[in-house]
Write a protein that binds this ligand. Structure first.
Ligand code: AVJ
Length: 433
């Protein structure tokens, strides 16, 4: 049992972190001119206006009955804004802008909720679930701040108010290579006695035997991916699984979503402007495109266990590089930049085995379908968070992007997406024997 004083300190930290997460989501919405809030830049996702209501509705639906003993806030809106995950292949949402409440009504709803929540949270005392519930609310919001960023990325330039971003250092000499990882254990998951928060899918801690393999020292770059395209990779049936080929053909996918054909080459679609393709930035592609690239080279995407072993040679390490808290020298994450940086830019983040850039600058696809670890138990207060996606149709991503909050840089964090989704800030590296 924590001393009362310590408990109050943790409580205040969580309330401060919720306030900071709200600042991040407000900032994101501040970049979208009101006219564009009813747009749906990605066919599979909701319109922006949904997410504006959703983050508050989620907090209210989660916390009101459990911490505050209050009733539904506005039952119709609480329900309208309750759920917002991408449907898998086939089902696209068909709602129209007019199906959604006016902006002023949504804003009234969200500010009333914030006020009621804050008043209620200030009154709660000694509730054992406070920590896990607050972490759930604030990490949920922070994940949406990331998914909103890649939605915003797909809007035309007129649809966003540009922000400046840190410049990236000019390219220095570097050579892609593969690193040999000796056979050994990969340490996955987290234990219920570990300090700090983890989502349901992060439990339990366990180790997996991983045979020796090699892995790319750096994420695959735009320049390397261009060679695959020029070799006809998008047209070569044998590089693609049946489902991936079907998707590629049906949607006529011929290049990464962040690239745009131009006379005499390719342009890169940055968050706020476009420019010549940066050859040494990580390529962001779907799982299907990443897998085809790996097959072209006779390689594969690392399994979740292979990735974990390459990143963490020692289960005691908090981060691939050791114990130092994540900072500027380790990469871009925690909303530091809108666009990526060269794959070789952060030697300070090198893992014990010598693998570069595993945290930040883009998530990394693995070949592992998203599945529960042994000992998995869904959160009773959020049963579908992970369990709804244990369907063999989603793949684990590890690492972090420029738009991933620092709290999610923990080694046990698992992200996942469907394989035919090109819009996430997700790249990959290849593995081989
Ligand atoms: C864990 C990022 C895959 O956005 O689809 C947000 C997170 N779950 N609201 C998603 C999530 C419910 C989820 N990802």
């Amino acid at each position: 049992m924590l001393a009362a004083q310590e408990q109050i300190g943790l409580r205040q930290t969580l309330l401060d972190r919720l306030a900071e997460a709200r600042r991040q989501s407000d900032k994101l919405f501040g970049l979208i001119p009101p006219d564009f809030l009813y747009e749906r830049p990605i066919a599979e996702r909701h319109r922006f206006i949904f997410y504006l209501g959703h983050m508050e509705a989620f907090d209210w639906n989660l916390l009101q009955g459990r911490l505050l003993n209050e009733r539904p806030f506005d039952p119709a809106l609480d329900r309208l804004f309750a759920f917002g995950i991408d449907p898998v292949d086939g089902g696209l949402p068909s709602d129209q802008p007019a199906d959604w409440p006016a902006l002023t009504a949504v804003q009234r709803y969200t500010s009333r909720i914030r006020r009621a929540l804050d008043a209620g949270l200030a009154r709660t005392v000694g509730n054992a679930a406070f920590g896990v519930l607050l972490n759930t609310a604030l990490e949920h919001r922070l994940m949406h701040v990331e998914t909103l960023a890649y939605m915003l990325h797909q809007l035309p330039r007129e649809g966003k108010i540009p922000e400046s971003q840190a410049p990236v250092s000019a390219s220095t000499h570097w050579t892609p290579e593969m690193i040999a990882i000796p056979a050994g254990h990969a340490y996955l998951g987290r234990s219920r006695s570990d300090p700090g928060f983890g989502w349901d899918n992060e439990f339990e801690a366990h180790s997996v035997d991983v045979p020796a393999f090699s892995i790319d020292r750096f994420k695959v770059t735009n320049g390397e991916f261009l060679a695959f395209m020029e070799a006809g990779g998008y047209r070569e049936r044998s590089f693609w699984t049946d489902a991936d080929w079907h998707w590629r053909s049906q949607q006529d996918i011929t290049h990464p979503a962040f690239w745009k054909p131009a006379s005499g080459g390719w342009r890169y679609l940055g968050m706020f402007n476009e420019f010549a393709l940066p050859p040494d930035w990580p390529v962001y592609v779907s799982h299907a495109e990443a897998s085809a690239y790996a097959r072209w080279l006779g390689k594969w995407l690392p399994t979740e266990a292979e990735w974990q072993r390459a990143a963490y040679d020692d289960p005691q390490k908090s981060f691939p590089w050791g114990e130092e808290a994540p900072g500027r020298q380790h990469g871009y994450f925690d909303f530091e930049r809108w666009d990526p940086a060269p794959v070789h830019a952060f030697p300070a983040a090198r893992s014990g085995f010598g693998v570069d850039g595993v945290m930040g600058n883009g998530w990394e696809w693995t070949s592992s379908p998203f599945e529960p670890f042994s000992g998995f138990q869904a959160f009773e207060f959020y049963p579908g968070y992970s369990a709804n996606f244990f369907d063999g149709l989603h793949y684990v991503m590890k690492g972090a992007s420029m738009r991933t909050a620092a709290s999610m840089l923990r080694s046990s964090f698992r992200n996942w997406f469907q394989p035919h989704y090109q819009y996430v800030y997700a790249g990959f590296r290849c593995a081989s024997r």
